[in-house]
Ligand binder design. Sequence first.
Ligand code: APR
Length: 229
Amino acid sequence: MQRIVVLTGAGVSAESGLSTFRGGGGLWDDHRVEDVATPEAFARDPALVHRFYNERRRKAGAARPNAAHHALAELAARDDIHLTLVTQNVDGLHEAAGARDVIHMHGALADALCAACGHRWPAPKVMAAEDPCPDCAMRATRPDIVWFGEIPYHMERIAEALERADIFASIGTSGRVYPAAGFVDHAAARGVTCHGFNLDADEIGPVFDHHHVGPATQTVPAWVATLTS
Ligand code: APR
């Protein structure tokens, strides 16, 4: 059985109409990370942080998975392939395409987190810090998003999957944020075949054995077809 680890970034959801972070019109063009995506930002102005994520939750809820999400869900469903699908995205579109057991290393817009007790529950459409925690009743509700300066989720499970992978693929990420940006180096050091997928050829580093340049809705289904035919 082939063991494949796939890492996705914002580029895989771009053709579903969701903004990426960097490059023209990215989220970080309109918002400063230090205002909306750090624990300090939340402590300073929770309402501003919630406005930012409530708007992203609204847009993600209106978005539909695209051909890249569906191709990866098809891969995940194969009995002859063991796929570990790791995403930096928080939009839930992999699950909307039918993928199961997706590893959300940066959290998910679909969840709320109690900053007081760590309880997690399904996010309301519009979240506010004053929402009482269903478990401890404290009013310290935050988006279940891993902010800059916080530790990504599921790192042990991801490291284990990388240790056992035969193939690694990185799809639609600028490779600017660690630890995700280092996954390919770890895989390459083990001699694993590495596939890079990006709209922009310059964003696929030389460490990748195969460069799939173009929109993910074209390059990812084409690649999956080579694995499943
Ligand atoms: N098909 C393939 N790649 C695309 C497409 C597309 N249709 N559209 C854009 N891309 C590529 C861009 O060229 C870019 O390299 O997707 C990448 C998106 O990069 P970023 O906007 O930096 O997003 P990402 O890499 O996911 O960011 C990583 O940074 O801000 C944090 O937590 C946030 O998870 C995020 C992390």
